[in-house]
Design a protein around this ligand. Structure first.
Ligand SMILES: NC(=O)c1ccc[n+]([C@@H]2O[C@H](COP(=O)([O-])OP(=O)(O)OC[C@H]3O[C@@H](n4cnc5c(N)ncnc54)[C@H](O)[C@@H]3O)[C@@H](O)[C@H]2O)c1
Length: 250
């Protein structure tokens, strides 16, 4: 472990990018609060951190439930101290054009991917402002921010919203010692992508096609998040940091 960077809250820490990020931030010197809807998965992440010598707690919570989130943040403050870093990573996707996206799916995806980010920032920012220090990293996507993606209407809308919200937080609080950045990954091999591939006629071929278009690892994205959360990124604020192996550069 490196020096003590304080407490980091990571949402969606039970799987994929969130799991890798929690482990990476712990190695970098953060105490970790691993939040996930799936409490057992969050506990597995916290246990992996503890067995590597880090400090971590697990919290089963739906990020859409603002009251439950406020209670979890209080528990985190008691266990580890007020958060220095907030990583809003939990996310879901639903396939569909704007015509065939069901209104209930529209509401659910926006609730998890965007409104929950607002709730978490609204709860945690006052704690950061009290100490004039804090970093927020919101997980966006190239989908919506950089490119449109077929049959991902609500997902793209939610992730474009995440970037807009992140920039507005950066603008509002830059003078108060707070930085807020979004990370915009391209395709990343996580349980999510594997589940998505499993719904296609030839899952192995789907994964091969994605690999050919440069698919990142959860650890790649965790490294980007760790940079944005670190003092090395002191001059990075309000950025939409694209990590896609050059996929959208062409
Ligand atoms: N995998 C990719 O290709 C990719 C690309 C770009 C962006 N992203 C974004 O990265 C983030 C993580 O994706 P991943 O691929 O690691 O997914 P994943 O499905 O492997 O992990 C997501 C985690 O979030 C948790 N979660 C979902 N809804 C929740 C809720 N309401 N409250 C609390 N936890 C909840 C899940 O239980 C799961 O553990 C998401 O925001 C996703 O949109 C992923």
């Amino acid at each position: 472990m490196s020096g003590d960077l304080g407490t980091a809250i990571v949402t969606g820490a039970g799987s994929g990018i969130g799991h890798a990020t929690a482990l990476r931030l712990s190695r970098d010197g953060y105490r970790i609060a691993a939040l996930d809807l799936d409490g057992e998965a969050a506990e597995r992440t916290a246990e992996a951190i503890r067995s590597a010598g880090g400090q971590a707690s697990a919290h089963a919570v739906d990020v859409c439930d603002a009251t439950a989130m406020a209670a979890v943040v209080e528990q985190v403050c008691d266990a580890h101290g007020a958060p220095h870093a907030l990583i809003n990573n939990a996310g879901i996707g639903v396939a569909g054009t704007v015509i065939d996206t069901d209104p209930a799916d529209w509401d659910r995806v926006l609730a998890v991917n965007l409104t929950a980010v607002y709730h978490a920032c609204r709860i945690v920012l006052p704690l950061m402002l009290a100490r004039n220090a804090g970093v927020i990293v919101n997980v966006g996507s190239i989908s919506g921010e950089v490119v449109g993606v077929r049959e991902r209407a609500v997902y793209c809308a939610s992730k474009a919203g995440v970037v807009g919200l992140t920039r507005s937080i950066a603008a509002d609080f830059a003078d108060c010692g707070i930085r807020a950045n979004a990370i915009c990954p391209g395709p990343v091999r996580t349980p999510w992508v594997e589940k998505m591939a499993a719904t296609t006629p030839d899952p192995a071929a789907t994964l091969r096609a994605l690999e050919q278009r440069k698919m990142g690892t959860a650890e790649d994205i965790a490294a980007g998040i760790a940079f944005l959360a670190s003092p090395a990124a002191a001059y990075v604020n309000g950025a939409a940091f694209v990590m896609d192996g050059g996929l959208t550069a062409a």
